[in-house]
Design a binder for this molecule. Structure first.
Ligand SMILES: [Zn+2]
Length: 124
């Protein structure tokens, strides 16, 4: 499961951070999630609470900030929001890599990864 592997990688990193001297109590983790990662924030929050269980960051809170996708087309020079594909089976429109102006493949400039923005903590 996508969200679970993201959550465990995230928790690994934060635990490492919390355990490195000076020892810290992590209060809050702010994570940015790009639109192209297709991560369900609610799923990820759930996986986070599971993955932090019985770790030193068990009481920390995960906050998710979604980052809108942006693409760039090398063929026509278009830069901006991606073209959306309305899938009847998906809950919301899916961002595609097709250029909205010329139809060629674009490259993603924003929204293709997950980044830890800030970790709020107190030193113990
Ligand atoms: Zn184009």
């Amino acid at each position: 499961m996508h969200e679970l592997s993201i959550a465990s990688a995230l928790v690994d990193n934060v635990v490492k951070f919390a355990n490195s001297p000076p020892s810290k109590k992590v209060l809050k983790v702010l994570l940015q999630i790009g639109e192209f990662t297709c991560v369900e924030p609610e799923q990820l929050l759930f996986c986070y609470s599971v993955a932090t269980r019985e770790t030193s960051i068990e009481d920390s809170v995960l906050e998710i900030e979604q980052v809108a996708a942006e693409v760039r087309c090398l063929h026509c020079g278009y830069a901006g929001p991606p073209k959306y594909w309305d899938d009847a089976l998906a809950a919301k429109p899916v961002a595609t890599l097709e250029c909205p102006t010329c139809g060629n493949a674009t490259e993603v400039t924003h929204g293709h990864d997950c980044t830890i923005r800030t970790i709020r903590y107190i030193e113990q």
